[in-house]
Ligand binder design. Structure first.
Ligand code: FES
Length: 125
């Protein structure tokens, strides 16, 4: 995809997010902010009996990059085990967005949903 197409995908996900909302009941719910801007992402996860992600929703307020990343990351981890989630890193989120030239500040935006998800997953390990 060209840079323009990625930009279009990010804006489209910002307007039509995937897995947006809240899960109740859930196995864990975790929220963190990006200390650079104060934007917040919360992720609710429901695990099945094998500790795999059965359902996942996110909510929050942030820039187009962090919100698009939340859509893509939550979609990517469906069916994963907690161990697989804990093995994710910020680069996975950047790769899902497909944008290669993000500034350091923007990398923090893209990474926020992974930080939130791992923060929650760590509580049920
Ligand atoms: Fe706040 Fe991107 S500017 S998460």
């Amino acid at each position: 995809m060209s840079a323009d197409m990625y930009r279009e995908m990010i804006l489209d996900l910002y307007e039509n997010p995937l897995n947006h909302g809240e899960l109740d009941p859930n196995t864990f719910s975790h929220e963190e902010d990006n200390p650079l801007c104060g934007d917040v992402v919360r992720i609710d996860v429901l695990l099945d009996e094998d500790k795999k992600i059965k359902d996942i929703k996110w909510s929050g307020d942030g820039c187009a990059i962090s919100m698009a990343s939340a859509s893509l990351v939550t979609d990517h981890v469906k069916g994963m085990t907690i161990e697989e989630v804990m093995a994710l890193d910020g680069q996975d989120a950047v790769d899902l967005l497909g944008v290669s030239n993000l500034s350091m500040g923007r990398v923090k935006c893209a990474t926020l949903p992974v930080v939130v998800l791992k923060g929650g997953a760590a509580t049920v390990q």
